[in-house]
Design a protein around this ligand. Sequence first.
Ligand code: GLC
Length: 515
Amino acid sequence: MAPHAGEAPWWRRAVIYQIYPRSFADGNGDGVGDLKGLCDRLDHLSWLGVDALWLSPFYRSPMRDFGYDVSDYCDVDPVFGTLADFDALVAAAHARDLRVVVDWVPGHTSSDHAWFVEARSSRSSPKRDWYVWRDPRPDGKPPNNWVSAFTSGGPAWTFDEHTGQWWLHSFLPEQPDLNWENPEVQEAMLAVVRFWLDRGVDGFRVDVVHNIGKDPALADAEEKYAALPHCVLNDDPRTHGHLRRIRRVLDSYSGDRMMVGEVFLLTTEQIRPYYGDGDELHLSFNFPPMFAPWSAEKWRACIEEASALLDPIEAWPTWVLSNHDQPRHRTRYGGEARARAAAVLLLTLRGTPFLYMGEELGLENAVIPAERVVDPGGRDGCRAPLPWIREAGHGWPSDPWLPFPPDAAERSVEASIADPGSMLHLYRRILHARRASRALRDGALELLSSPRGLLAYRRVAAEDARVILVNTAEASASIELPSALVVDVASDGVGEGGRFEGIVAASRALILRPV
Ligand code: GLC
């Protein structure tokens, strides 16, 4: 796609919409969403007004971690379709000016991947060193105290009886960690990156990328952190060299190819180095705000921290409230009014916002009966299928792989489009407001002084300015602003186009523009 002359790169201006392909739309009627289903719904995403799609993995996989356990990086799993379907999707998206970002899982393969099958076959296998193997400790225990994710605090190691060594897995035993210190692994993974760039993708969301470099000493984690999965602690400098190499591959392609890293570390300060000197990640997720409660003071602190630590030139921030790993924010924050106000917040901060499919419908987490639980990480609730129409079945030709979220008929796309007061229309209005305002897209952000419970900030770019007010309190808040302003967007849709009178009702948010 052609770059827009003279403007910031697309990924600084874009709103990126995450699609969990299993749950978006089912094109072949097997109860699992697929690329064909997604392709058929692109007009809806254009109508909504997002700029880019990020697709969670659709590669060949035994689905122990629903695609984050890849057994062939260069093919589409039959449940999602074919490479031809993927090519058709990219072409159809680009024809609508939608960019396509794909997930890339560099840190581990599936244990079914041919590389691991080979590596496991003997200690002298040519692929042995592609993974991380260690002898048992003298007492027969795992090589260190690291804990894996999704195993209820189990070790990050599994013993291979056949070869008498342990393999490292930051996640499930079926997700063995690749050894990025091996140059052949680097080459093989860069070939994967080229494979998808050659097919026209605009970028990658890079899974748990801070975890790829590891100190080969594999020292024990400090006792005070030892109960945490090691993947939230691993912060090894070797990763930066790997990122620079990956970045050079992206930069060798035309068209502003981008990578956004899932840097799942505990503080914003730890995230900054992953942007490098503009030569590592283009964007990094910053998870601390996602875990902040619905409180103006807590959010103010997160915004101050992002402003102080992430510079707009080489470390453009990102903002996200929901994804396929966390309970939906409507469920976390409690209720519709807050979720609406949160949409205003998410889409007006300085940085690139990421939406998670279904938040624009105001979906809550689904309730999953015990017998339908499928994810070892307990994340099924946020991965429930999207309801497209009111009618039972909600546009899914057969019973989907997970139950629908609550109020699926009323929250369906069909019902939401028909109701101008719906959350969907609110998202659409905010996205239009962003398109109309340079200040909202890439202007500076100034926090304004405000009473407790009210978050107030101004976005400014050249002649353009907006003021945003988000009341997280349970009571109205008043604020005096230096000039007269008009309500551009209101989270409850009330009073848009009218003068702002100085009061923000409880759990309400406003975008204000000059008269
Ligand atoms: C990331 C993904 C998550 C996956 C894990 C292992 O955190 O977002 O869904 O389970 O990596 O690949």
